[in-house]
Design a protein around this ligand. Sequence first.
Ligand SMILES: Cc1cc2nc3c(=O)[nH]c(=O)nc-3n(C[C@H](O)[C@H](O)[C@H](O)COP(=O)(O)O)c2cc1C
Length: 178
Amino acid sequence: MKTVIGFNGSPRVTGNTSRLVQAILAGAQAAGAKTRLVHLARLDMGGCTACMACRQQAACSQPDDMGRVVQDILHADAVVLGSPVYMWQVSGQTKMFMDRLYPLLNPDFSTRLVRRPRLALAFTQGHPDESFFWPGRRREAGRDAGACPRGRCRPGLRPCRRGLSRRDPGGPGSGRPG
Ligand SMILES: Cc1cc2nc3c(=O)[nH]c(=O)nc-3n(C[C@H](O)[C@H](O)[C@H](O)COP(=O)(O)O)c2cc1C
């Protein structure tokens, strides 16, 4: 039986993101998968301390819930990561969670995942424009706020080729091919 874990990155456990992640999990369950929903806000989870212990081993030095979560991800067939858009970004809970996944990467940034789980990303937002949240928008947001962004903004996560496709791969004005 396939295992699918859904992570809700909103502090609201019954909010839009939670409902969206649960809808995806319900679909997986209907297809025969075993599913589990984890609310990031309910985890005992601190921020990465950059101790670099995970550069030597695929584990975190912090004795909180993330040790078990990383092990669960290592054995999952699919992961659903949901976040509300907060200030053109993922929520703070989601960012902290993503940082704590550093043990999944080798020092050369190749993956330590042996059975590479499929990844579904689920975002909710308040702005009516669907293209409002896309990676390049972070750069624009910084500029709009009066900063002077340098360099090129690149997405940190890409859906796997067999999994989801993005409706807006490059975003408006990104100049990136879809
Ligand atoms: C602190 C905060 C920042 C937000 N920033 C944005 C934003 O930049 N763009 C946007 O479209 N919506 C923004 N929203 C709205 C949320 O993304 C939207 O209401 C989302 O569906 C909330 O998800 P939830 O119900 O799972 O908590 C923000 C909401 C909050 C509380």
